[in-house]
Each structure stands twice: as C-alpha cells, then as structure tokens.
Design a protein around this ligand. Structure first.
Ligand SMILES: C[S@@+](CC[C@H](N)C(=O)[O-])C[C@H]1O[C@@H](n2cnc3c(N)ncnc32)[C@H](O)[C@@H]1O
Length: 249
C-alpha cells in the first residue's frame, strides 16, 4: 500500500505537500470555540497538539507507528477507516484534515466521508480541511510553464514536480480524479534531461501504486458538501487560500 511505503521516509516531505506554520495557525483559529474534542483525519504531526482532546484516525498502521508523534493524556491515534469507522471519536466537536480529502475518490468517497462525519460528530460539529485546489496552487499548474522552467535549469524535488504535474493535469482536464501513476509517467517525461531526478522519481512508491488522488475545484466541492447537509462557512476561492470550513446544519 502507498501509505505503508510513504511512512518509511515521511520526514522528506515539506510544504505544500505537508502543512506549514501558517496552516497550523489557520487550523487553530478554525477550531476556536469548538476544540473540546478534535478529530484529526490522518496523523499529520504538526496538527497533533491541537484541541483540548484530540483523536487521530488513520487506516494505515505504519503511518500511526512511524509518523504519529505518540499518544499522551490529551491525544491518541487509533486505526480506522474515516468512511465508516469513526466510533472511536464519537461526539467530536471539530474535525480537521490536511489533504485528507484529496486521498479520497471523487465524488462517492467524499459523500461517504461527510455521512460518516455527520453520524459520529456532535451536533453542529465543524470540519476544517486544507485542500489542494488546482487553480490556486502556486506556481501556476501548467505543463508548458513547468517544462520551460525545467529546461531553463530548475532542479526541483521530484516529488514537487509530480505534485505540480498532478495539478496541471487536473486543471487541464477538469476531471478531479487523477491516477498517481499517471502523474509519475508525465513527470518522468518532463525530467528526461535530468536523469538523476528522473531515477529518483521512478524509485518512489508512487511509481508503482494503484491509488488515485482527487482535486475537485472549490465550486464542485462546495456543492457536494452542501448536498451532504453541511453549511460551507469558508472556501478558498482566492488564490493562496487552500481551506474549506463547514458545519453540520
Ligand atoms: C491526511 S492524508 C494527506 C497527508 C497530509 N498532507 C499530511 O501532512 O499528513 C494522508 C493519510 O490519510 C490516510 N488515509 C487515507 N484514506 C483513509 C481512510 N479512508 N481512512 C483513514 N485514513 C485514511 C493515509 O493512511 C495517510 O496516513
């Protein structure tokens, strides 16, 4: 499984794939007034200290064992599937996730997640999610721009090339779901003049996994969330704003 493999060297990832201190501040402000029991979808270490009490739920044992900073009096991580197994966090007052929506298949698994959150959360619980909206991703998600940058000597981290390729493909097609392997294939083509970076990309777990990511645009996401019985308080319609906040109606 992809996450089992990624857990082995999670420390290599940085923003924008992982959150930074500005994102942490945004999450903290977003749960203000609803932080009695925070449900963290995933094990994102930077977010582990939020809330008076926090329960992290993640399906991947290796991510819990290797990435989660450890349980203490106020926080714990449990293995479970967000889509139908949130009983351990029943009554949570706010849910947070960094990129957790993007690992779900659009739209059916989003619908399952919102139903699951609604069933397990306290009345009027809220969700704050950092998303990756292709139109807002910087630098501009465009294959021609990326190709030109690489030709002019840019030597980026291969994971960042793959990330930018994924957004360029979604922005160009309008189809939110993107196979991870396809992002690797296109990124490898772009890196053909940089054999070392290309080899490193092809050696990553993404090159041989069957998973897909999804990047719906804000309008698609708002519509789905509202159809699921949540009120959208905030959505990143401006550039550089990757956050969505919503509350159970
Ligand atoms: C939260 S997401 C994105 C990573 C994020 N940007 C970060 O900083 O941690 C990744 C996590 O989601 C978990 N995951 C994916 N689908 C899941 C599901 N249906 N139920 C529970 N955990 C899931 C994976 O095991 C992985 O640990």
């Amino acid at each position: 499984m992809l996450w089992d493999e990624l857990a082995q060297d999670w420390g290599r990832y940085a923003a924008p794939i992982c959150p930074d201190s500005a994102d942490l501040a945004h999450f903290r402000a977003g749960i203000s007034g609803a932080d009695d029991h925070v449900l963290l979808l995933g094990v994102t270490p930077l977010l582990a200290g939020l809330g008076r009490k926090l329960t992290s739920v993640d399906t991947c044992r290796s991510m819990i064992d290797l990435v989660w900073p450890g349980d203490n009096e106020t926080r714990r991580a449990v293995q479970g599937n967000w889509l139908f197994d949130l009983a351990h966090a029943a009554g949570f007052t706010a849910a947070i996730t960094d990129g957790g929506l993007s690992v779900l298949r659009w739209p059916d698994q989003y619908v399952m997640l919102f139903a699951s959150l609604r069933a397990a959360g306290a009345p009027q619980c809220r969700l704050i999610a950092r998303c990756h909206f292709s139109a807002n991703v910087q630098p501009t998600p465009d294959l021609a721009v990326l190709r030109a940058e690489l030709r002019s000597g840019l030597r980026p981290d291969p994971d960042l090339v793959r990330f930018r390729v994924a957004h360029a493909l979604v922005a160009a097609s309008g189809e939110p779901n993107i196979a991870v392997r396809e992002t690797v294939r296109v990124a490898a083509e772009l890196l053909h003049d940089q054999p070392e970076a290309r080899a490193s990309l092809l050696a990553r777990p993404h090159a041989h996994c069957d998973e897909s990511y999804s990047f719906p645009n804000p309008v698609q996401l708002i519509e789905l969330i509202e159809d699921c019985g949540f009120w959208v308080d905030h959505a990143g319609l401006r550039s550089h704003d990757p956050f969505v906040h919503c509350t159970v109606q």
